[in-house]
Design a protein around this ligand. Sequence first.
Ligand code: NAP
Length: 251
Amino acid sequence: MDLTGKVALVTGSGRGIGREIAIRLAEAGASVVINDVGNPEPPNEVVAQIKQMGHPSMVAMGDVSQSVDVNRIVDTTVAAYGKLDILVNNAGITRDQLVLRMTDEDWDKVMAVDLKSVFVCSRAALRHMIRQRWGRIVSISSIVGIIGNVGQANYASAKAGIIGFTKATAKEVASRNVTVNAVAPGFIDTAMTQQLPEERRQEMAGKIPAGYLGTPRDVAEAVAFLASEEARYITGQVLTVDGGISLGKLM
Ligand code: NAP
């Protein structure tokens, strides 16, 4: 997969899966814009690593659930590199709670960061992609949006929403040489899953047919493929990267 000359924006790429996606796209030759909300500090380390690899990179901080921030991030990207070819909607959060105890704030925050962000970032990016007649949007959903999970009704709804958004938008822009796909990871070893008790992590690993949690690299490889020219005829699809966990059990 050769992404030489392509410009990519990866949201929430200061750490975890987003960081690995940014590094993978740079390895394939892309210039990569790194975004997060600067918690606990700006993601300068990722930029330094990509520059060390010999590829252009810069930080564009901002909250991707806010249109004002997103428009600034996309404008900054295009001002610096002249275009935007690849958008990876990766930023996401969890606010887990059983439905009966879930607050309006738990619901609204997850909807804003995990779902509304995908709409506002895609809208801003598509303005450029449609004009240049080439684009790739890859959004990080979750198997939780496909099979559900106790305590994650807000997260499952947002991640399922990404799948609907992906299919509808794919139909709107397919004739412009822009593809829109989603990747649905299973349990990946990042800060998001490290905050779970070790007992729960072991229990999860035991349910995965592959027998272990995935790595951010496993997700990054799928994203790099969907972002490539080789994947030009794939659009509106959801690619699960989950060691087989969403296949379910026969008995
Ligand atoms: P993570 O380690 O918690 O990293 C999340 C990233 O998103 C951080 O860089 C964070 O920035 C950024 N972020 C959070 N809110 C943001 C906002 N409003 N605007 C911009 N950036 C924001 O998460 P992860 O495990 O790598 O997950 C990445 C994506 O994969 C998420 O969409 C998640 O739902 C999805 N996913 C993860 C798993 C898993 O098992 N880990 C499974 C399925 C799907 P700061 O560092 O500044 O806070």
